[in-house]
Design a protein around this ligand. Structure first.
Ligand code: OOB
Length: 544
C-alpha cells in the first residue's frame, strides 16, 4: 500500500496549513476536483462539442458519460484509488476520456509524452509503482505494444496494459469489463490529481504531483488571462500530456469555459492550418521552433486563418525578431508564456503594449505567486539585475514525487522552488528570461551565456536556428560550440565573417564560438524544445 487512508500519496510534499488557509481564503483553491468539474461542465454545456479528434466529435455530455463508463471498467479491472497509471497516449479523444476516468477513480495518471521510449517509461513506471500502462496500438510508425511488453517484463508492479485500438496480447480500452454502477470514490480536492513529467533536459525526468485544486486554479486563471469564452476553439498542437496544452489554459481551461478543443495529430503547419480553417480555431499554443515553422509557412500557405485571435508561444525563449513577425504573418495576437510543469506561469497580457509582448516572457499569473530573483548566495539581487528565479505560490509544487534527496537541493527550506532559470525583472513585473543557471559555459574562467550568444547568432541572416553548448577542452576548460541550422538557400558564414558580425554587435571576444557546426536540424525534446543534452551527446560522439 502506498496511498494512506486519507487518500494522500506517500512521497508528496503538501502545502503547510497556513498557506492552504490563505489560498482557500483568496478563492484560488475551491472545493472542487477535476472529475467533478467535468460533471458541472456537462450540466452546463451539455450537447455543445467538447472535443474534436479526427472524425470523432464528443459533446460535454458524451465525454462525461464515457468517463464514467471507463472509470467503472478500470475499477472492474482492479484499479483502485491512489493507484498510479502511466498514460502514454497522443492527442486523441481517448486521452481525454482516460484522463477523466482515472481522475474520477482517484487513480493518478502519470502523463508521459508520446516521444518517450523505454528508458523514460520504465523509469516513470518503476518510480511510481504503476499498476497499469495505457497506450495506443501504433502511433507515428511505432508499435507501442512491443514497448509495453518490454516495460511490463521490467516493472513488476505493472498488472495491466490497456490499448486504445488493436490490443494484441493486452486489454482493449474499448472492451473493458462492464463494471458496476457503485458510486465512485469521494476525492479530496487537496489530493494529487496527476503526475506531470519535468521538462528539465539534465538528469532523469522527475514526477510532479499536481493536486486537484491547484491544477483547477492553474487552468481557470489561465483561461481568464486569455479571455477564453465558449466561443473559442482551442487547437491542441503540442502533445496534450504536457502542462502547456493541458492546462495553460489548454484542454482543461477551454473545457472550463465551454470552449471546444480540437486535437491536432501533429503540429506541422500543413496539417494544423487545415484544422484551423475547418474548425475555425481561435487559440493555440506552440514552442518557438514550431512558431518559426508556422510564421514561415504562412508566407505561402493560402488557407483561411482569419479565425485565429491568439497564438501562445512558450517552453523556451522566443527570439524577439520572430515575436514581431507573428501578427503580420498570422494575423493574430501573440502571448508569451514562461511556464514550468512545477507550477509558476508567466503570461504577457492581452492588453500589454507591443514592446512588452515581443520583448518579455510575461508576468506571474496569480497575485499570490511569490517571486525572488537571487544571486549565487541566495540574496535578492538589485532591481533589474539578472539572477536565479525562485518561486512559491498557489499552484507551484513543494517537492517532486518520491525525491526527498533531490528536493533538499531543488527547494529552499521555506518552500521556494529554485527554477534554475536566470531572469531579469522589469518595473512592470514582467520577466525577461536570460538563460539557465547551468547554461553558462566556463571558458577559461570567463562566463559565456549560451542564450546570449544564441540570440546574437540568430540575428545573422544566414542562421535560422542556433544552439550553443560547452564541450570539454584541454586549453580553455570548456569550449564554446555553436551548432546552427542555415536559413533556406543560405551559405554558412566563414568563421572570420561570423567573428566580424559578432564584433559589430558588440559581443565580447571571449563569447565568440570556438567551433561552428552546421547541422540540418537540431534535436528536439518530446514537446519540441531544442534538446541540448542530445546535442552534446552527438557532438561528443562526433556525429554532429
Ligand atoms: C514548460 O514547462 P516545462 O516544465 O517543460 O519546462 C520548464 C522550463 C522553464 O524552467 C524554463 O527553463 C523553460 O522551460 N521555459 C522558458 C519559457 N517557457 C519555459 N524559457 C524561456 N522562455 C519561455 N517562455 O515549458 C511550460 C509549461 C507551461 C506553459 C508553458 C511552458
Amino acid at each position: 500500500m502506498s496511498s494512506t487512508d486519507s487518500g494522500r500519496l506517500d512521497g508528496v510534499e503538501y502545502w503547510p496549513d497556513e498557506l492552504v488557509a490563505r489560498y482557500v481564503a483568496a478563492g484560488h483553491w475551491r472545493d472542487e476536483t477535476l472529475g467533478e468539474r467535468l460533471r458541472s461542465w456537462a450540466a452546463r454545456y451539455g450537447n455543445a462539442t467538447a472535443v474534436v479528434a479526427g472524425e470523432q466529435r464528443l459533446s460535454f455530455a458524451e465525454l462525461d458519460r464515457r468517463a464514467d463508463e471507463t472509470a467503472a471498467g478500470l475499477r472492474a479491472l482492479g484499479i483502485a484509488p491512489g493507484d498510479r497509471v502511466v498514460v502514454h497516449l497522443p492527442n486523441t479523444a481517448e486521452f481525454v476520456v482516460v484522463l477523466f476516468a482515472l481522475l474520477r477513480l482517484a487513480a493518478v495518471p502519470v502523463l508521459a509524452l508520446p516521444a518517450h521510449r523505454r528508458t523514460e517509461i520504465e523509469h516513470f513506471a518503476a518510480l511510481a509503482d504503476a499498476v497499469a500502462y495505457v497506450i495506443p496500438d501504433r502511433h507515428d510508425g511505432f508499435d507501442h505494444r512491443e514497448l509495453a511488453a518490454q516495460v511490463a517484463a521490467a516493472v513488476p508492479s505493472l498488472r495491466h496494459v490497456i490499448v486504445a485500438g488493436e490490443p494484441g496480447p493486452f486489454t482493449a480500452l474499448a472492451a473493458l469489463p462492464a463494471g458496476d454502477s457503485a458510486p465512485l470514490p469521494t476525492v479530496d480536492p487537496g489530493d494529487v490529481a496527476v503526475l506531470l513529467i519535468s521538462g528539465g533536459t539534465t538528469g532523469k525526468p522527475k514526477l510532479i504531483p499536481r493536486t486537484h485544486r491547484d491544477y483547477a486554479y492553474n487552468a481557470r486563471a489561465s483561461a481568464e488571462v486569455c479571455a477564453l469564452t465558449a466561443d473559442d476553439v482551442y487547437l491542441a498542437c503540442l502533445p496534450i500530456a504536457h502542462n502547456f496544452p493541458l492546462a495553460c489554459p489548454g484542454l482543461l481551461g477551454a473545457l472550463e469555459v465551454g470552449a471546444r478543443v480540437v486535437m491536432a495529430p501533429v503540429p506541422s503547419p500543413d496539417v494544423a492550418f487545415g484544422l484551423v480553417e475547418r474548425e475555425r480555431v481561435t487559440v493555440t499554443a506552440l514552442v518557438p521552433p514550431l512558431a518559426r515553422l508556422w510564421v514561415d509557412a504562412a508566407e505561402w500557405d493560402t488557407s483561411d486563418r482569419s479565425s485565429l485571435r491568439l497564438l501562445q508561444v512558450g517552453g523556451a525563449k522566443l527570439d524577439e525578431v520572430l515575436a514581431r513577425r507573428v501578427r503580420p504573418a498570422l494575423g493574430c495576437a501573440l502571448q508569451q508564456v514562461f511556464g514550468m510543469a512545477e507550477g509558476l506561469l508567466n503570461y504577457t497580457r492581452l492588453d500589454d503594449p507591443e514592446d512588452l509582448v515581443a520583448g518579455t516572457q510575461g508576468r506571474p499569473l496569480s497575485p499570490d505567486d511569490e517571486l525572488r530573483v537571487v544571486d549565487r548566495d541566495g540574496a535578492d539581487v538589485a532591481a533589474g539585475t539578472v539572477g536565479e528565479l525562485w518561486t512559491r505560490g498557489p499552484y507551484t509544487i513543494r517537492g517532486y514525487y518520491r525525491a526527498a534527496e533531490h528536493n533538499a537541493g531543488a527547494f529552499t527550506p521555506d518552500g521556494f522552488y529554485r527554477t534554475g532559470d536566470l531572469v531579469r525583472r522589469l518595473p512592470t513585473g514582467h520577466l525577461v528570461v536570460e538563460g539557465r543557471v547551468k547554461d553558462v559555459i566556463n571558458r577559461g574562467g570567463e562566463n559565456v551565456s549560451a542564450s546570449a550568444l544564441e540570440e546574437n547568432l540568430l540575428a545573422h541572416p544566414a542562421i535560422a536556428a542556433a544552439a550553443v553548448v560547452g564541450l570539454p577542452d584541454e586549453n580553455v576548460g570548456e569550449a564554446v560550440c555553436a551548432v546552427v541550422v542555415l536559413a533556406s538557400g543560405a551559405q554558412a558564414p566563414k568563421p572570420r565573417q561570423l567573428r566580424a558580425f559578432l564584433a559589430e554587435r558588440g559581443l565580447a571576444r571571449f563569447m565568440y564560438p570556438d567551433r561552428l557546426t552546421v547541422i540540418d536540424r537540431l534535436p528536439l525534446t518530446g514537446v519540441g524544445k531544442i534538446d541540448k543534452r542530445a546535442l552534446v551527446q552527438r557532438l561528443r560522439a562526433g556525429q554532429a
